[in-house]
Design a protein around this ligand. Structure first.
Ligand code: NPW
Ligand code: ADP
Ligand code: K
Length: 530
């Protein structure tokens, strides 16, 4: 079981809202009131000295949330002005009701740039409730100008002090499924066409756009308001480990698993992977270069030369070998020979780097041998070699997400796909639950707080950590999700100046940290997201 925070796509969020309303458990108006009241509570708590607020309401239910926030801020004593894109009577029913409730307290101005330039009303807060999950196309006309104007307000160019911008659900104009801003044409150099809030308040759960691509940079801090929706079985998670799932049970080295790391001539990259596999607790790790290599004493890694696929098949007769890593420093020619033998053995395996590139000419050759215990770990370049159409679509279609691309790749290949980057996405082929408890089909991990992780060889270490966890008989999705977290946390603990060689040696400190934070209490506590 993976622990973590649930993430819902906008379609899943709408489905949950509709199901709750259809069941009669709650009305749309109740949900909107809870969303707006919850958001206002957070705003009042985080900006206790704010005296004035300007609320920008769009044409849909996000605008409805804006009216609710306006009402609660007014009742808390703030001087509140409201601008709306259209009159309440043209808005959806719940938003209309909330608009009429606001009208009992104050007027609504037309939402134009003039509202935002009023020198008589310098707001302490600007509440961005223009678009949420219902954004279908790039904003145009006056609304596009208004959204752009919020970034000018933020910079204080209109002479009055810079207000704090708070967005409801998302910065308006951000696609909550992809994390891409929907902008027609190219934004001006250095200027954002959509709000850059310091706080985004979303409802019920995170959406992929809060985590993927540029989403985090646009959203600022993200807070979640519980609006009382239950029973969702989110298939996407931001996962974080529990010490329990990494603790080693009593046993001997073979019971903790034997991992093979196929190596090329120099074995440098494979050595990085091997050390990581050992550090994460595989009982035994053997490097397999094509020819004998000079030992590097003292070294806990074993070596066993394997020169041909037949020799590999022979070695794999040993059932104690539970996981194989192929790719780091392997060479594409050797990878092309060896990978079919690995896949035919049906062992848990990680395919990275050259093991992926070797099949660029005919990915189907790889996919037809695939099985569900294989984790492929491409970076975007390798992904494009195996899934060129998906990579092109990612570049060209702002509404196609990295999550959807990884899911499509997992479905096409039949493997678990871990697509790397500052936002790493892991997807399993759909319709193939890994176990009866396992409903998670995808994991998103954001690590842009550790840019120094993007260093040569870091990917080899990641492949090694996953291999070690597979040797310890973790399920592939769990192994991949735990590894991505441990890898980023190792980089975080080391700090700037990190090189890949440092990563395996930071794993013990990461494990100690987890153990300390979670084993002192009998109730396992989840680590905060970092
Ligand atoms: N449902 C619930 O119970 C709850 C919902 N909640 C809240 O509702 C939000 C979702 O509401 P929503 O679906 O009404 O979408 P929203 O983001 O307000 O925008 C849709 C409007 O904008 C329009 N439009 C779209 N693109 C446009 C463009 N480029 N330029 C101009 N117009 C454009 C679109 O028009 P259309 O595409 O139909 O022409 C439509 O009129 C969600 O984010 C959350 O804040 C919470 O209260 C919790 C309970
Ligand atoms: N900007 C970034 N911030 C944090 N992590 C990153 C960033 N860019 C890449 N990464 C991570 O760094 C690692 C780099 O792996 P990879 O591209 O395979 O490098 P190599 O092939 O040199 O080992 C991956 O785990 C990836 O997710
Ligand atoms: K918004």
């Amino acid at each position: 079981m993976l622990n973590g925070t649930e993430v819902l796509t906008t379609a899943q969020m709408r489905a949950i809202e509709s199901a709750a309303m259809a069941s009669g458990a709650v009305t749309g108006l109740d949900l909107m009131e809870r969303a707006g009241a919850g958001a206002a509570g957070i705003i009042l708590n985080q900006y206790p000295s704010a005296r004035t607020a300007l609320v920008l309401c769009g044409p849909g239910n996000n605008g409805g949330d804006g009216f609710v926030v306006a009402r609660h801020l007014h009742h808390a004593g703030l001087d509140v002005r409201v601008g709306a894109a259209i009159g309440p009577r043209h808005m959806p029913l719940d938003a209309r009701t909330m608009g009429h409730l606001w009208l009992q307290l104050g007027p609504i101005s037309a939402l134009t740039c003039d509202v935002m330039k009023d020198r008589e009303f310098p707001p302490d807060l600007v509440i961005d409730a223009v678009f949420g999950t219902g954004l279908t196309r790039p904003p145009t006309g006056e609304l596009a100008l208004v959204l752009k104007e919020t970034t000018c307000l933020h910079a204080g160019v209109w002479g009055h002090h810079a207000p704090a911008i708070v967005s409801l659900d998302c910065p308006s104009g951000l696609d909550l499924d992809t994390g891409n801003p929907l902008i027609r044409g190219q934004p001006l150099m250095g200027a954002s066409a959509i709000p850059l809030p310091e706080l985004t308040i979303t409802f019920h759960s995170l959406k992929p756009g809060h985590l993927l691509a540029d989403g985090p940079e646009y959203c600022g801090r993200v807070e979640i308001v519980d609006i009382g929706l239950h029973g969702s079985r989110a298939i996407i998670k931001v996962a974080f480990p529990q010490w329990e799932s990494l603790r080693k049970p009593p046993g001997h080295k073979f019971s903790h698993g034997h991992a093979l790391i196929l190596a090329g001539g120099q074995a440098g990259a494979a050595r990085l992977a091997g050390r990581a596999a050992l550090r994460i607790g595989a009982g035994l790790v053997t490097l397999c270069p094509p020819e004998p290599i000079a030992p590097m004493p003292p070294d806990a890694l074993m070596t066993h030369p394997i020169d041909t696929p037949l020799a590999l098949e022979d070695v794999l007769r040993d059932e104690r070998i539970r996981a194989i890593c192929a790719g780091p420093g392997l060479g594409t020619g050797r990878a092309k020979d060896m990978v079919p033998a690995i896949l035919k053995s049906r062992r848990a395996a990680v395919l990275d780097a050259d093991a992926l590139t070797a099949f660029a000419d005919d990915p189907r050759e790889l996919f037809k041998l695939m099985h569900e215990r294989v984790v492929m770990t491409p970076h975007m370049g390798e992904f494009g070699r195996l899934f060129p159409d998906l990579a092109i679509r990612l570049q060209e279609d702002a509404r196609y997400s990295k999550l959807a691309a990884a899911q499509d790749a997992a479905n096409r290949s039949g493997a678990v796909v871990l697509l790397k980057g500052p936002d790493t996405v892991i997807a399993v082929p759909s319709g193939r639950p890994v176990s009866t408890h396992q409903v998670t089909e995808a994991v998103i991990h954001r690590a842009d707080d550790v840019p120094w992780l993007a260093t040569a060889g870091a990917g080899d270490v990641l492949a090694g950590i996953i291999t070690g966890l597979l040797a310890r008989q973790k399920q592939p999705l769990e192994a991949a999700a735990l590894a991505v977290w441990l890898h980023a946390q190792a980089a975080r603990l080391f700090g700037p100046g990190l090189i890949a060689d440092d990563l395996p040696d930071m794993i013990p400190a990461v494990l100690r940290g987890l153990q300390k934070s979670q084993s002192s209490s009998s109730v396992a506590t989840a680590l905060p997201m970092t």
